[in-house]
Write a protein that binds this ligand. Sequence first.
Ligand SMILES: [Zn+2]
Length: 306
Amino acid sequence: MKFGNLFLWSAAAVFLLLLFSAGAQAAEHPNLYTYKVGAFQVSLLSEGQSDGSGSNLIGADEAAMKKYVFGADGTYPTAVNAFLVRTPERLILVDAGFGRALFSNLKSLGVEPEQIDAVLLTHMHGDHIGGLLIDGKAAFPKADLYLARQERDYWTSGEIMKTFPEDRQGGFKNAQKALEAYGEAVRTFEPSELNSDHEPLLPGIAAIAAFGHTPGHTLYMVESEGAKLLIWGDLTHAMSIQMPIPQVAMTYDVDPQMAVASRLAVLKYVTDGKGKIPVAGMHIPYPGIGEVAPDPAGGYQFTPAP
Ligand SMILES: [Zn+2]
């Protein structure tokens, strides 16, 4: 049996399991999944599942492509996610996806945009900030918008924008529009170093630097009652190959080498020391949350949350 077939069959088996287990819980929207972190709840808000193109990968040799990138035309399973963190005091959105299913997902969870207290950005790519605006206005009118100072500086630099051809400046312009719409509500910060005491940004949430994918790419450590979850943004895009071979980078990493170094450091961090730290990612297929373990064959393995 070819690996691709094996994957499809195991995906089908997982899907059937999900169908069967769904009966035990309230019927949840398929774009939603809720995970407990101590007294907090973290909900996946999926914008959808998709296939990424193998042509976006840097540093994967032919054998690795054959083994880990499948689909008739060389694709890998991926997704676009945002997350809602409910703490006893606050409703916090981490990234805003494209803004396609975001608002109906929030509605399904009983949350109106006006109730969101804070939006934390991992970075300012279009699939993370699309939901920030509706008709050019702040979609979350009562929220503070948090992002790393380094991320704001990059996307608002006219000098850097000018180094790109005009047809590739759209990302900069969209980021600038979002920051302008949130105006005084924009809060920039210096993310903590990974291997340091993480300074809380909000109660139970710390911002951690994992630069490379973008110059201010930030992870959020959620911690309550001794339980943790690391929302790692775009630390990975292609789990099927970047877990066994974290050295594989993406063509849209601003600094692919630095992105690889960050990925390796974070994978070590969540699997080292005093117990594993579960992770959530913006491009981890449904349920978007799970656990990482070192693979005896080298690299890492990912197990989705049950
Ligand atoms: Zn990105």
